[in-house]
Write a protein that binds this ligand. Structure first.
Ligand code: ADP
Ligand code: MG
Length: 701
């Protein structure tokens, strides 16, 4: 099949300074003009030559029209196409790909245009499916159908590189596709467990697969794939976590290896990371690829901008080989069958079959199964199955209504806030736990040191220098303990703050809860979850309050032990301070007791609310039952009416047929009589003929 070698195209996209950056006095150090990007920092100017550039004043639509639209044309003509947003975190990749309300991104614009083109080609039939995957720290998530099944990136003789296990949903209109994309993006935001990591390290790839054939023609069809990638921030290569490095570095290593021209014979490390493996065809393979390098103009982002532009220059050197993708399903299937048969014979005739042969045969069988599922009706069927599953999976994650955008605005905002708060709390509380451990261990060390010191003073062989070192060490440790305890306290405050905000949010949401009325089950679920959460938080709060009191007592104990070891007596002032502290602690204890009492009241309150919910639930059930009853009655009436109509029609038909039968039987006897008469006449005629000496011919005898 004829193929063509083309270079990867790379254009720069410099975003404007954000309001915040301007207010903080940030300066722009980037200018773009034609294919040149200039970065000017601290008197040093660097110029990069790419295939084009877009400045801060240009919208995403400009980028689309200037660089992307021609690629869409290629995809519709049967060529694979990839568009990647590349750059550091905060450089504008997601804004470019997804856009905002006033500035739609490349993906929404492209998908709308795709279906415009399809509508214009009414001599052709199209089958379009979409998938949306996120890769975060080498873990893949199916954004359209967030299941927990394993997914693997594999190469298939028909599909090329693909993700085995990723849902593909069929789409019929531009709106369908836009909806799936938005829903996937929403699932991305709330489905992730760590928002900050997510923003910097996650790669999202939206894939559109296009198949077409001419109506009423036996001509072989075409197929192509459009990959739209919003890559992880390229700055994270400086991280110390190997998974993070792998994710981003994988792509950069592939770019470097390809740019150095190692392709012929050399090793390209596609398998180093999942993203680079998924984008294997886009970098050095069968696809027309456009890399849009997003850069921030901000002076502080200088080094990120330089890294981005350096890799962009390298990427320009990559050569891809594109060819028209004919629909070769039948040939591929036939070939696979032959291969399987050949392997089967080989394995059967061998006295000791080769393990590689067996595993190759297993792969081939699996690939054959997949190839057979590539027919259009089969794709529709699978898509319907995924559509069913996805609702369940989204609901299991608690984000169904949110992702589908089917809840009222207030409820939606509430759920989003709650999920974000939940995550924030998770983060703070894990920091708190770590700090807690650190403080505990410091305290233990301190006590050991004090005990040692006490023994040392008792032993009587005091040397001044030794005493001094020991006391200094103890004091240093005490200082550290004090400092870490402060941090612990501030973490605790943060935790309380998050809890209070959660509480507030929950209170605010009560008014929205009624918005889910009519869906008693969902409402009950939400409320139950919230109740359980609250109970747990209260329990934690009590535990922590007690823990805090214990901690303070421990600290005091340490102090007293230290004094005892140093052989110091308490001054009058210190004595009275101590008394005050004891009094304060007692007061604290009563505060805890008070809190407990409040909790009890709250619990009572919750119980009564529960009762209320139960009653309203029951009322709703009754109402629904009545409604069902009504519907049933309506059906029943309809049924009775129709039955009566059928009965009467039946009776009428019966009567008509009886009349017919009566008529026919009377007609029958008439005919019998006539027949008799005729027979008689014939006999008479025969007699006359014989009498007159004639002969009767044989045929009427
Ligand atoms: P990334 O995805 O690369 O981390 P974002 O797309 O989230 O970066 O952009 C970072 C910030 O810059 C966001 O606040 C975004 O709204 C803003 N921004 C990015 N590009 C533009 C643009 N073209 N016009 C206006 N604001 C932009
Ligand atoms: Mg982003």
């Amino acid at each position: 099949m004829p193929s063509e070698t083309i270079s990867v195209r790379v254009v720069a996209r410099c975003r404007p300074l954000t309001q915040d950056e301007q207010e903080k006095g940030g300066n722009s150090v980037v200018t773009v003009n034609g294919d040149k990007v200039k970065v000017n920092c601290a008197g040093k100017e660097s110029v990069f030559s790419l295939d084009g550039s877009f400045g801060p004043e240009q919208s995403n639509k400009h980028v689309y029209e200037g660089a992307v639209n021609s690629l869409l044309q290629g995809a519709i003509d049967g060529y694979n196409v990839t568009i990647m947003a590349f750059g550091a975190t905060g450089s504008g990749k997601s804004h470019l790909m997804c856009g905002s309300e006033g500035d739609p991104g490349i993906i929404p614009i492209l998908t709308q245009n795709l279906f415009r083109h399809i509508r214009e080609r009414n001599n052709k039939e199209f089958m379009v499916t979409v998938s949306h995957v996120e890769i975060l720290d080498e873990k893949m998530t199916d954004l359209l159908n967030p299941h927990n099944n394993t997914m693997t990136i594999r190469q298939h003789p028909h599909k090329g590189i693909f993700i085995d296990g990723l849902s593909e949903l069929t789409v019929k209109t531009g709106d369908d596709i836009a909806l799936y994309f938005t829903q996937g993006t929403r699932a991305r935001k709330l489905g992730s467990s760590d928002i900050r990591a997510h923003r910097a390290r996650a790669n999202a790839v939206f894939m559109i697969s296009l198949e077409q054939k001419e109506r009423q023609s036996s001509k072989i069809g075409l197929r192509s794939t459009i990959m739209l990638a919003d890559l992880a921030g390229c700055e994270s290569i400086n991280s110390t976590d190997q998974n993070i490095v792998n994710g981003t570095q994988g792509i950069l290593n592939v770019i470097s290896a390809l740019a150095e021209g190692k392709k012929k014979g050399g090793h390209i490390p596609y398998r180093e990371s999942k993203v680079s493996r998924l984008l294997q065809d886009s970098l050095g393979g069968n696809a027309a690829t456009l890399i849009i390098s997003a850069i921030s103009p901000l002076d502080r982002s200088y080094s990120d901008t330089m890294t981005t532009l350096q890799y962009s220059t390298l990427a320009k050197k990559i050569k891809n080989t594109v060819r028209l993708n004919m629909d070769d399903t039948h040939d591929v299937i036939a070939e696979m069958r032959q291969d399987i048969a050949r392997l089967r014979d080989k394995i059967a005739s061998a006295s000791q079959p080769d393990r590689d042969d067996i595993s190759r045969m297993e792969d081939l069988i699996r690939d054959l199964e997949i190839a057979k599922k590539q027919t259009w009706p089969e794709k529709e069927k699978m898509s319907a199955k995924y559509e069913e599953e996805r609702k369940i999976n989204l609901a299991n994650k608690g984000i169904l209504e949110w992702v589908m955008d089917s809840m009222s605005r207030g409820t939606k905002e509430h759920q989003e806030k709650m999920l974000l708060l939940q995550k924030e709390k998770g983060q703070v509380s894990s920091q708190y736990k770590d700090k807690r451990k650190e403080v505990d261990s410091l305290r233990e060390q301190l006590q050991i040191k004090i005990a040692d010191y006490a023994k040392f003073t008792e032993s009587g062989k005091k040397s001044d220098s030794e005493t001094k070192t020991r006391v200094t060490a103890i004091h240093e440790l005490k200082e550290r303990l004090k400092k870490e305890t402060e941090t612990l306290k501030s973490l605790k405050e943060q935790l309380v703050d998050v809890q209070q905000r959660q509480h507030q949010e929950r209170e605010d949401a009560k008014s929205h809860t009624s918005a889910i009325k009519g869906n008693a089950e969902l409402r009950q679920k939400v409320e139950r979850e919230e109740r359980e959460q609250m109970e747990m938080e209260h329990k934690v709060m009590i535990d922590e309050e007690l823990e805090k009191s214990k901690m303070e007592v421990e600290a005091e104990k340490t102090d007293i032990q230290l004094r005892a070891a140093e052989g110091k007596q308490y001054s009058v002032k210190e004595g009275s301070d101590l008394e005050i502290q004891v009094a304060e602690m007692k007061a604290d204890r009563s505060v805890v007791a008070l809190k407990l009492e409040t909790l009890q009241t709250e619990k009572k309150h919750v119980l009564s609310e529960l009762e209320e919910v139960y009653v309203s639930h029951r009322e709703e059930m009754e109402l629904q039952q009545l409604q069902h009853f009504q519907t049933f009655r309506a059906y029943r009436e309809m049924f009775e009416e129709q039955k009566a109509a059928i009965d009467s029609r039946y009776r009428q038909l019966l009567e008509e047929s009886i009349q017919d039968a009566v008529y026919l039987s009377s007609r029958n006897s008439d005919i019998t009589q006539e027949n008799q008469l005729l027979k008689q006449q014939i006999a008479e005629m025969k007699d006359v003929i014989t009498k007159l000496g004639g002969t009767i011919p044989d045929s009427v005898r």
